[in-house]
Design a protein around this ligand. Structure first.
Ligand SMILES: Cc1ncc(COP(=O)(O)O)c(C=O)c1O
Length: 371
């Protein structure tokens, strides 16, 4: 008995030493929720790197603190639009942050507001799921579901958010799409992290856009620090106008078609993107069939449970790697996990209804476990 006990202890002590090496690389102590934003790992996508002969890395933005595994993608942008309002003296202690959003930014803002002691009001189209509304409410935000009308209607949720901020004292409309503090978050944090983590070897970067903050900010930083050497490409889903905008050298076409991806694809050039669009080398359009296949491949081959916008980014990085040739390093963004989208992405019925069931190779079909 005694011998056995001693042996167990010795083994545990040995492995504890090995463990300390990993712990030494951890982020360390941080100041509150805000301090935990950023410094996310760069994950080497092993199988895809081997296949292309390039080093393909995804920045694990899904590891930001907001919403744990749910929707932590917009924490950086949320932090910076609030920080910007504070710096400009527009937001005083106890003030109110107002945004029109159907996406992740609302959740990021709700977290940031709780941590900084602000009120948070979110306007969104009334077509959104009760789950999303409930999540925002339980994070302390006041939610205003308003009729889902087009952007040019004064009752569109964005305009209602703006008007509300004008009517309330000590309130700001954070305006994620056209407030360039969003882009600044990525110039000051995401871009420098990618460069440092990859030891200054970033031959190419690509990601899709919603507000355009990530692509614009990271591109700006990487272009500057690499003396123009890093190629930065837009990754775009069908139904967005940006792919043809870049390919045509600046012609805005009508928005046509759609995509299963959420949070990405645009009908216009936002102010965040406009600032840096001339630095974008080229664009890749990724069909939904390739995106869904990559959702399943990431799960099967890399052990990564990622949503569709992340998968689309990885498809673009893969094509970019093939294009620029072996020995190069390509970086992209892993936005959020598949948790919020699982009832669709892994549902046989949904895949069939979208005509995407055949896009998934036979050996990966086993992951479509939901009816
Ligand atoms: C899931 C997801 N992916 C990608 C994006 C696009 O990022 P950005 O708004 O920085 O362009 C968003 C935007 O919020 C998103 O919610």
């Amino acid at each position: 008995m005694l011998r056995r006990g001693i042996r167990t202890f010795a083994t545990a002590a040995e492995s504890a030493v090995a463990y300390n090496i990993k712990v030494g690389r951890a982020q360390g102590k941080v100041n509150g929720f805000i301090g935990a934003i950023g410094n996310t790992p760069m994950i080497r996508l092993n199988k895809l790197s081997e296949e292309t002969g390039c080093e393909i890395y995804g920045k694990a933005e899904f590891q930001n603190p907001g919403g744990s595994q749910l929707t932590p993608f917009a924490d950086r942008a949320a932090l910076y639009v609030v920080k910007d309002a504070e710096e400009r003296g527009l937001l005083q202690p106890g003030g109110t942050v107002i945004e029109g959003t159907a996406g992740n930014t609302g959740i990021g803002l709700a977290h940031v507001c709780r941590s900084k002691g602000y009120q948070c009001k979110i306007y969104m189209p009334d077509t959104q799921s009760q789950g999303k509304i409930d999540l925002l409410r339980l994070l302390g935000a006041e939610v205003f579901p308003v009729p889902a009308v087009p952007f040019d209607d004064p009752n569109n949720y964005n305009h209602q958010a703006k008007r509300a901020a004008e009517e309330i004292e000590n309130a700001v409309w954070t305006n994620q799409f056209d407030n360039t503090a969003n882009r600044r978050a990525h110039i000051e944090t995401t871009g420098p992290e990618i460069w440092a983590q990859l030891g200054g070897k970033v031959d190419a970067f690509t990601c899709a856009t919603g507000t355009g903050g990530t692509l614009a900010g990271v591109t700006r930083y990487l272009k500057e620090v690499s003396d123009g050497q890093t190629e930065c490409w837009l990754a775009d889903p069908p139904g967005s106008v940006l792919y043809s905008y870049i390919k045509s050298g600046g012609k805005l076409s009508e928005r046509a078609g759609g995509s299963i991806t959420e949070g990405i694809g645009q009908g216009r050039v936002t102010d965040n993107l406009a600032k840096e669009i001339s630095l974008i080398s080229d664009a890749i359009q990724v069909p939904d069939s390739e995106t869904i296949k990559m959702v399943y491949r990431l799960l099967d081959e890399e052990g990564l449970y990622m949503g569709a916008s992340s998968a689309l980014n990885v498809v673009a990085a893969y094509h970019l790697a093939q294009k620029i040739g072996p020995g190069k390093t390509v970086a992209t963004i892993l936005c959020d996990g598949a948790y919020r989208y699982a009832d669709r992405l892994f549902s046989k019925k949904w895949l069939q209804a979208k005509g995407l069931d055949t896009a998934i190779p036979a050996h990966l079909q086993k992951y479509a476990v939901l009816d």
